[in-house]
Design a binder for this molecule. Sequence first.
Ligand SMILES: [Zn+2]
Ligand SMILES: [Zn+2]
Length: 401
Amino acid sequence: MDLQTFARMAEAIAPDVIANRRRFHANPELFWKERETTLFIEKSLREMNFENIKVGFGGGDTGVTADLNSHLPGPCIAIRADIDALPLEEESDVPFRSTVKGVMHACGHDAHAAILLGVASILSKVREDLPGRVRLIFQPAEESGLNSGAKHMIAEGALDGVDAIIGLHVWSSLPSGVFGLRSGGMMASADVFELTVTGKGGHGGRPQEVFDPTIAAATIITTMQTIISREIDPLDTAVLSIGKIESGTAPNIIPETAKITGCVRSTSPDVRASMEGRMKRISDGICAATRCKATMVYTPIYPVTVNEPGMTELAKNTLSDLFGAERVVETPVAMGSEDFSYYEERIPGTFFFAGMADPAKGTDAAHHNPRFKVDEDILQDCVAGLCGIAWNWMVAKTGRN
Ligand SMILES: [Zn+2]
Ligand SMILES: [Zn+2]
């Protein structure tokens, strides 16, 4: 099939994609509470005669997966959209603004859900000609961190029988109409830690009787930065930030404990895996030297989002063929994180940004900002782009066309 056919089909359904996006925008739902969103998606997919429709993941009733050509042998590509909103009061003045107090689609997941329904509409119309199988994943709870929707959906079979995956994020720091792709580490991992230093408390005027946990904690904080400056390859990226220190109650009391909490990010899975051990070594060493004891709880949140080079190249070429090479750029690494990373830990995939920043339209506000706005003019190209990449991947795998 000629790629431009997808562009024409996407143009024809653009008003529906925009209407769906506005519907989701006006009715935002927080993670694991995307019930109305899920019902609407399920109903739409049933009307389009999707197969194997599964609803409800993570022990709840939100999230949907659905297949096309499930009977065919051969390769299967998944296309994923996240569908959850954020706990935020919308400040934009659009007529379809959020009708739910304190909840807003401020990351663009309303657009993602609408785009994937547009993809569903187009691919279901050409199902007889599809060179392979397609699974759509409408994922809840991308924003929930520890209780990630992707993690639950994978555990409950969303990737069973799937060979590759693609997904996109509308992106307000890239100009409207430009697509940003990157091979390898593309978005950072995000982990958090809590370190408790226990000493021996006592009178502030009698230091000889205490083991001061505050001094030990302060030394740990500064020495831990040498992991970044002296231990990690300068060509890799890692960030270690202390967000909170708690210690003591009064000027003349040396406390029993000091607590440090912070976050660790990296775009290298190897660096990420090494961080906990490095931090423990430093805190244990400093505590041994200062007669204190360190206990660290390190909590991994999202892995590094690592794009497979072949899939990324295929996506780049497809988007260039569809929209012109000048609209496709290599995006810098983003230090935000994504639970799309869990899918890419299992199967090859690529995740990319769809630029939508247009200062004249006010669509350049930051993600998670109360004035965040989506440039709806880019949605049809996102639909055509995903259809085209999925199609080209199936053609490449089967040789059919
Ligand atoms: Zn977000
Ligand atoms: Zn997001």
